[in-house]
Design a protein. Structure first.
Length: 231
């Protein structure tokens, strides 16, 4: 099974780069396209049409997406209106291609450090304590969903990173602002097949392993391409 994956298009910010990337991507080979959040910038859901227009001009297969920190909590319904995408809001979906079956578990994911902003230097986080409560519930749900798929081919799709190896190269941030050791522990315990994430724009280490789980950072500013993954 072949997956194409990308995140952090931040439309309209990197939309032109995304278009150039699609022109040279072997999307026709992909059984599914995964969007790992921050599809738009600063919750501008009106940009989804532009992103999907570029995708659909080149690719007709299934598209699965999770939300990023730029798709704000509470705004999910604005994105669900785009029914051409399977939006995974702490949910799982079955994927069948070429006689093979897999499950995609999608979630924004969690961070070890709750930041006082939603979008850096633009939008403050009005309720950091509320975010911590959301993270706690989200981790319970994510663990349950992945546990339900145990023993099956499972792809976890989150915006935040499940380990710190694939955010190496970032500025002197706390790694906990980019991902979560709690998600890493879950991956090491439950061993999904693949974990796809974004969020880290400056990473120089784009793949890693957590036991048998292969981890890919697919953030467009870091990769400069659509990442192709064989499951």
């Amino acid at each position: 099974m072949i997956l194409a994956a990308v995140s952090d298009i931040h439309a309209p910010r990197y939309l032109a780069e995304f278009k150039r990337t699609l022109d040279s991507s072997p999307l026709s080979q992909a059984d599914a396209l995964l969007l790992a959040g921050d599809i738009v910038h600063n919750n501008d859901h009106t940009q989804v049409d532009a992103v999907l227009g570029l995708i659909r001009s080149r690719y007709g297969g299934p598209v699965y997406a999770c939300f990023g920190n730029n798709e704000f909590d509470g705004s999910e319904r604005n994105y669900f209106a785009h029914e051409d995408v399977c939006w995974l809001w702490d949910q799982k979906a079955r994927l069948e291609a070429g006689g093979r079956e897999a499950y995609v578990v999608g979630s924004k994911g969690v961070r070890d450090v709750v930041t006082p902003w939603l979008v850096w230097n633009t939008t403050p986080n009005p309720d950091p304590e509320g975010t911590r409560r959301i993270y706690a519930e989200r981790m319970k749900t994510l663990r349950r969903l992945v546990s339900e798929c145990r023993g099956k081919t499972t792809v976890v799709l989150t915006h935040f990173a499940p380990c710190f190896d694939t955010v190496e190269g970032e500025d002197a941030w706390s790694p906990g602002e980019l991902g979560s050791k709690e998600m890493e522990h879950m991956a090491r315990t439950l061993q999904p097949s693949v974990w796809v994430h974004g969020h880290s724009h400056k990473s120089t280490h784009l793949s890693a392993s957590i036991g048998r789980t292969r981890v890919y950072n697919v953030a467009l500013p870091a990769t400069g391409r659509v990442t192709i993954i064989e499951v």
